[in-house]
Design a protein around this ligand. Structure first.
Ligand code: SF4
Ligand code: SF4
Length: 376
């Protein structure tokens, strides 16, 4: 059955990690971004994904300079996102974010417009500010073509949101083979919920923020043996793009070189064949077998925590370090939770309320100490 976005090529340009001049606080390297946009478009790719908050708004401005001002508006799809939970004190302030995005990009309209990062306590902010109805209104007035949301939470919560808002046209999910069966990200379960609701999917984090492109040797060797020429990232992106009902797979490309690698296997994309799927499954199994905190993200521990620590997310960050040996990504994930309202792991007061309810019998207090020592 045909679905929204079926005809879009299966690689989207994520404008989140654009090349910078002068480090992360510097300016976007617009000359390089223009070259990347030109190459991307020349190869027939058309989907661009930015957000109100990416690079403190500079990403949306870069989309204007490198893309919108240089290509006919109908020749590409531009997506951006509204993070109502990130600062606004009133509904009007949250709604104003749309108009700021429209002005920064100069796009006239957005092809795909998303409530950014639903899940956790953030969904209630969208509810309280009436943002679901607001995006419906924007669509009705022609300012956006398609409405949906990006999501970070459990499959059950995704099911609840899609049941409450059946007119959302698509979802953007964190999906990669490393997280396929993970208790925290729940890629497979979330994917299945989206299918159940008949929602096409935009995939984010197909390479798990770069972790699946920097695999431990024993996993990397399996991929190399199977295809010595294929990059580790190519396995991850092709895995995601091979799934049904996918609109596109976003890759946050930071250099022209990365883009060239992505384009080399996505220009004439071939889904993974049965043999290749077995290879990925073998790699995934080895990753799963590396000892990690056995948290399933059931969240039973969260409600009773007097400190409001996002315990499962802390363990997810820790596992990122334990499994992928990616300390920077793990620290980043841990820091992000504080931005989303969590106290630090080191602020645990050892009351024990969480351990009393954890079905996995995790020694949460000790594990949080380990998180604090390693990631703070
Ligand atoms: S022991 Fe620490 S993490 Fe657990 S509920 Fe108490 S404060 Fe929260
Ligand atoms: S109760 Fe245990 S398994 Fe469930 S989220 Fe908390 S730490 Fe993880």
């Amino acid at each position: 059955m045909a679905y929204l976005g079926e005809n879009i090529k299966k690689l989207g340009f994520g404008l989140m990690r654009l090349p910078m001049i002068g480090g992360m606080d510097g300016d976007i390297d617009i000359a390089q971004v223009k070259d990347m946009v030109d190459l991307f478009m020349a190869k027939g790719f058309t989907y661009f994904d930015t957000a109100y908050g990416y690079a403190n708004g500079k990403s949306e401005a870069a989309a204007k300079t490198a893309l919108v001002d240089r290509y006919p508006r109908e020749s590409f799809q531009l997506a951006t996102k509204l993070p109502a939970w990130a600062g606004p004190k009133t509904a009007d302030e949250a709604k104003q974010m749309f108009w700021t995005s429209l002005e920064r990009t100069g796009a006239g309209y957005f092809d795909f417009y998303l409530l950014h990062n639903c899940g956790g306590g953030r969904t209630a902010v969208f509810d309280n500010f009436g943002i679901w109805d607001y995006v419906r209104e924007l669509k009705q007035k022609g300012f956006v073509k398609h409405i949906g949301f990006s999501f970070h939470d459990t499959a059950d919560e995704l099911d609840r949101i899609l049941t409450a808002h059946p007119d959302m046209e698509f979802v953007q999910l964190q999906l990669n083979y490393g997280d396929w069966e993970s208790g925290s990200v729940q890629s497979r379960k979330c994917y299945e919920v989206a299918l159940k609701h008949n929602k096409p999917i935009i995939i984010m984090e197909p390479v798990k923020g770069g972790s699946l492109a920097n695999l431990p040797d024993r996993v990397g060797n399996i991929l190399k043996e199977a295809d010595p020429k294929a990059s580790q990232a190519s396995w991850a992106i092709r895995f995601a793009a091979s799934l049904d009902n996918v609109i596109t797979v976003l890759s946050g490309m930071s250099t022209l070189e990365q883009m060239k690698d992505n384009l080399s296997y996505m220009e004439n994309f071939k889904p993974l064949n049965a043999e290749e799927k077995t290879v990925v499954e073998k790699a995934r199994q080895i990753l799963m077998d590396i000892p990690q905190v056995p948290c399933t993200s059931c969240a039973y521990c969260v409600e009773g925590c007097p400190q409001g620590i996002h315990i499962p997310q802390m363990f997810d960050a820790m596992n990122r370090y334990l499994v992928y040996d990616d300390l920077n990504a793990a620290k980043f994930a841990c820091g992000l939770e504080q931005m989303f309202g969590s106290k630090k792991a080191s602020e645990c007061i050892a009351c024990g309320a969480c351990e009393a309810v954890c079905p996995q019998k995790i020694q949460i207090i000790d594990e949080l100490k380990r998180v604090a020592e390693t990631l703070e």
